[in-house]
Design a protein around this ligand. Structure first.
Ligand SMILES: [Zn+2]
Length: 320
C-alpha cells in the first residue's frame, strides 16, 4: 500500500465520520474492490447505539416481515441493508397486494447501501426521493393506505468511470470525458440532490481495511460522532429535526452563520463551481456538522473549505 492510498483512505474515513455525525447521505466514488463496501459496513458501528424507542421500532418492522431472529427478540444493532441493483421498486420501497415494507423500511434507523448506483433502474431510484425527505413511505391501495417508517442514512457507491479504473495507477483507463459524463448522468438527478457528501475512495487491499488498527479506528470515529451528536441534541432540543442532515432552509439560516472570511469563500466557490441554491444549502449543513465535530459554534473558513471539498460531482468531475 503506498502513501497515496493511506492518505486517500484516511480522507474517506473522515468523510464517513462527518456523514455519520450529521446523518448526511453519502456517495463514495472509487475503483471496484472492497474499499467502498467495507467502509459502508463500518457505518452502523460508528453511529450512536440504538435508543430503546428506535430498537422497538426497528424490531416491529423486521418482525412484520418475519425476518427477526428467534433467539434475539429485540434488535440491538443498527440495520445494514445492501440490496442488489436488480431490485424492483416494490422490493426497495415496499408494496405488494398486501402492502409489506421494503428495504428502505428494513433499513429504518440504520444504513441503506446502494452499491453500483448507476446500475440501478432510474425510476426505482426516483421513488426513493420522497421517503428520504419524509422519513417514511406511504403505500396506497384501493382499500386504503399504509405508512412505514424509513428514517435511514443512504450510502451509495459508484465507480469513477465506466471501466472503473480512472485515476487508478495500477490499470489504464481509456474512458473519454463524454463516456464519463454519460455514466454520471445515469444517476437520478432528484436522488443525487438528496446526497450531501461525495468522497473519492481509493481501493485498499482487503487485509489493510479489515484490520481496524491501521489509521483511525472505528472506536475513534464513534467517539467523534458522539461529540457532534451531543451538540446537535442541545441545538435541536425544541425542534422537529434532530440532526444537521435534515435541517430545513429556515433552520439553515438560523444555525449556519458564517464568519466574514467563510462568507466570502462560499460566494467565490458558488461562482467558480456554478453551484445551485440546493448545493449551497448542502455545503452549509455539512459545514455545520464539521464545526460540531470541532466542538465549535462558529463555522469558520476552515470548516467551510472541507464541506466544499465534498462536492466532487458538482465540479464538472468528468472534465477534470
Ligand atoms: Zn475508465
Amino acid at each position: 500500500m503506498d502513501f497515496a492510498d493511506v492518505n486517500g483512505q484516511e480522507m474517506a474515513k473522515r468523510a464517513v465520520t462527518v456523514a455519520a455525525a450529521g446523518m448526511h447521505h453519502l456517495l463514495m466514488i472509487g475503483p471496484p474492490g472492497t474499499g467502498k463496501t467495507l467502509l459502508a459496513r463500518r457505518i452502523p458501528t460508528i453511529l450512536p447505539q440504538l435508543s430503546r424507542a428506535e430498537s422497538l421500532e426497528t424490531t416491529q418492522i423486521w418482525s412484520a416481515v418475519g425476518r427477526l431472529n428467534a433467539r434475539q427478540p429485540l434488535m440491538v444493532l443498527r440495520p445494514f441493508r445492501a440490496p442488489h441493483h436488480t431490485i424492483s421498486e416494490a422490493g426497495l420501497v415496499g408494496g405488494g397486494s398486501t402492502p409489506s415494507p421494503g428495504e428502505i423500511s428494513l433499513a429504518h434507523n440504520g444504513v441503506l447501501f446502494l452499491d453500483e448506483l448507476p446500475e440501478f433502474n432510474r425510476r426505482t431510484l426516483e421513488v426513493l426521493r420522497q421517503p428520504l425527505e419524509e422519513h417514511c413511505v406511504t403505500i396506497s391501495r384501493a382499500m386504503g393506505s399504509l405508512t412505514f417508517p424509513a428514517k435511514l442514512m443512504l450510502v451509495a457507491a459508484m465507480n469513477p468511470c465506466p471501466c472503473g479504473y480512472r485515476g487508478d495507477p495500477r490499470r489504464r483507463c481509456n474512458c473519454t470525458s463524454f463516456q464519463i459524463e454519460r455514466y454520471v448522468a445515469k444517476i437520478s438527478g432528484p436522488l443525487l440532490d438528496r446526497i450531501d457528501i461525495h468522497v473519492e475512495v481509493p481501493n485498499v487491499p482487503f487485509r489493510e481495511l479489515k484490520d481496524d488498527t491501521t489509521g483511525t479506528t472505528s472506536a475513534q470515529m464513534r467517539e467523534q460522532v458522539q461529540i457532534a451528536r451531543d451538540r446537535q441534541r442541545r441545538r435541536f432540543q425544541r425542534e422537529p429535526s434532530t440532526v444537521n442532515g435534515s435541517m430545513t432552509p429556515p433552520q439553515i439560516r438560523r444555525y449556519c452563520k458564517l464568519d466574514a472570511e467563510a462568507e466570502q469563500m462560499l460566494q467565490a466557490a458558488m461562482e467558480e463551481m456554478g453551484l445551485s441554491a440546493r448545493a449551497h444549502d448542502k455545503i452549509l449543513r455539512v459545514a455545520r456538522t464539521i464545526a460540531d465535530l470541532d466542538d465549535s459554534e462558529t463555522i469558520t473558513a476552515y470548516h467551510l473549505q472541507e464541506a466544499i471539498n465534498y462536492r466532487t460531482l458538482d465540479r464538472r468531475y468528468w472534465a477534470s
